[in-house]
Design a protein around this ligand. Structure first.
Ligand SMILES: *[C@@H]1O[C@H](CO)[C@@H](O)[C@H](O)[C@H]1NC(C)=O
Ligand SMILES: *[C@@H]1O[C@H](CO)[C@@H](O)[C@H](O)[C@H]1NC(C)=O
Ligand SMILES: *[C@@H]1O[C@H](CO)[C@@H](O)[C@H](O)[C@H]1NC(C)=O
Length: 420
């Protein structure tokens, strides 16, 4: 795969942050890199939508299995049981993760929408003295790829202070659709790992966050994500903080909102939100959706996008698949207001634009303005009516709090930056 100059090499450092919780030693962050690659240009927007469809399917199945078990009925046929979402190969956030002792480093996609961690798609896995093979095969089918292999337990090193012993990981013997990366570090809810092992189908695989907490390495059962907007001239690292939040990465206070009760969003990092355009145009009434690091765009229900287009004049651009504005329309573009947990988060006009000096990376024309808000492909009422993906998370700090079953969001020094 050809890779653009924006590919970032992760420096071999980790940031010790000023903790909000007072457990300085164990609140540790892991830097990670944003990577834009040429591979998936054509299907860039479609990959996001395919992921959305896949998430809906997975979430519905999880809910059906739970209901059947509660009612003492037979568990429905597995079908797409082991499906997990497509990852978008155009834009990925990648962390360098060590496995074994001595460790082999793997470049893994950071994904809050799936929960298996696995390696070996590109760089070969090497057994060391800490490697223990389990009796299980592991298999996960993605919308546009898959991996299958053997489940091992091993030492996983996220940073020198974040070492997990006995982390259960998949080692791919076969994988498709993962070019230039080695696998995934899945930090979604743990029950998404059910049905991925065989013969131990009914077994959950603790995520790295779960093990860091249960092994006493971090003080709180949560992980926080800092992304920053970027364009081709800026090298910007993301930051993953386990066990606490990094107050240097957000401004004001964090708004926490409970995981939504609405299925299938409730199977993921799902929340309720409403969306308004400008001062008074409601485009999405309060509904459930998810916050997701594995989706590039902000996807909203198709009826919300119709209202958005009507308000700002955007047309669908056939080449990129994104909505497009003229320069004059962009000059009049109003903010989008996301109301979540009683707080309204303003996504400025600039934040709604794809970075213009990266237009060529998505097959676009130099002077056009492309929007990073797109249609999820179905009208609201699906129980998963929006995805706040990377383009949202580059403007707002996010906290995935397993212990309290909630998601936190806050503004950042980049919320109103005019980088695009
Ligand atoms: C190691 O991890 C596996 C799978 O997560 C678990 O079943 C097992 O109990 C763990 N062993 C120890 C010694 O913690
Ligand atoms: C989310 O929205 C649904 C549907 O309007 C509502 O029933 C629920 O109470 C809201 N809050 C949570 C936390 O689910
Ligand atoms: C986009 O493609 C469709 C189908 O190929 C075509 O009918 C339409 O005119 C195109 N729109 C623009 C703006 O080029």
């Amino acid at each position: 795969m050809r890779v653009f100059a924006l590919v970032l090499i992760i420096p071999a450092v980790f940031a010790l942050t000023t903790p909000v919780v007072r457990v300085t030693d164990s609140l540790i962050s892991v830097p990670f890199a944003k990577r834009i690659s040429a591979g998936g240009i054509k299907s860039f927007v479609e990959a996001d939508r395919a992921r959305a469809r896949s998430l809906v399917k997975i979430g519905k199945r999880k809910a059906a299995v739970r209901a059947a078990k509660a009612a003492g009925l037979p568990v429905p046929d597995a079908g797409a049981a082991s499906s997990v979402p497509v990852t978008n190969e155009l834009v990925s956030y990648i962390a360098s993760v060590g496995v074994g002792s001595p460790a082999t480093q793997f470049d893994l996609i950071v994904d809050t929408g799936s929960s298996n961690t696995w390696v070996g798609a590109t760089t070969k896995f090497t057994k060391t003295s800490t490697t223990v093979q389990t009796a299980n095969r592991v298999s996960v089918t993605y919308g546009s790829g898959s991996f299958s292999g053997t489940e091992f337990t091993d030492r996983v090193t996220l940073s020198s202070a974040l070492v997990i012993n006995n982390q259960s990981i998949g080692v791919a013997s076969r994988s498709t659709g993962f070019t230039g990366v080695d696998g995934i570090i899945g930090i979604g809810p743990v029950d998404l790992t059910l049905d991925t092992l065989s013969p131990a189908t009914n077994t959950e695989i603790p995520t790295v966050t779960d093990n860091l907490f249960s092994q006493g390495t971090i003080p709180s059962h949560l992980v926080a994500v800092s992304f920053e907007p970027t364009n081709s001239e800026t090298i910007t690292n993301g930051e993953l903080t386990f066990g606490g939040t990094d107050s240097s990465k957000f401004t004001g206070s964090i708004t926490f909102t409970p995981i939504t009760g609405t299925s299938p969003a409730s199977e993921f990092w799902g929340i309720n939100q409403s969306v308004r355009y400008g001062t008074s145009t409601n485009i999405l009434s309060s509904t459930a959706g998810i916050v997701d690091t594995g989706t590039t765009l902000i996807l909203l229900a198709s009826n919300a996008i119709t209202a958005y287009q009507k308000a700002n004049g955007a047309v669908l651009d056939n080449t990129t698949g994104l909505l497009r504005l003229t320069t004059a329309q962009f000059a009049n573009l109003q903010s989008l207001f996301f109301t979540i947990g009683g707080t309204t988060f303003e996504l400025t006009a600039n934040a709604q634009a794809w970075p213009r000096n990266l237009n060529a990376d998505i097959g676009g024309t130099a002077n056009n303005v492309y929007l990073i808000v797109g249609s999820i492909g179905t009208p609201s009422g699906e129980g998963l009516d929006f995805i706040n993906g990377q383009t949202f998370l580059e403007r707002f700090y996010s906290v995935f709090d397993t212990a309290n079953k909630r998601v936190g969001l806050a503004t950042t020094p980049f919320t109103t930056a005019t980088t695009n």
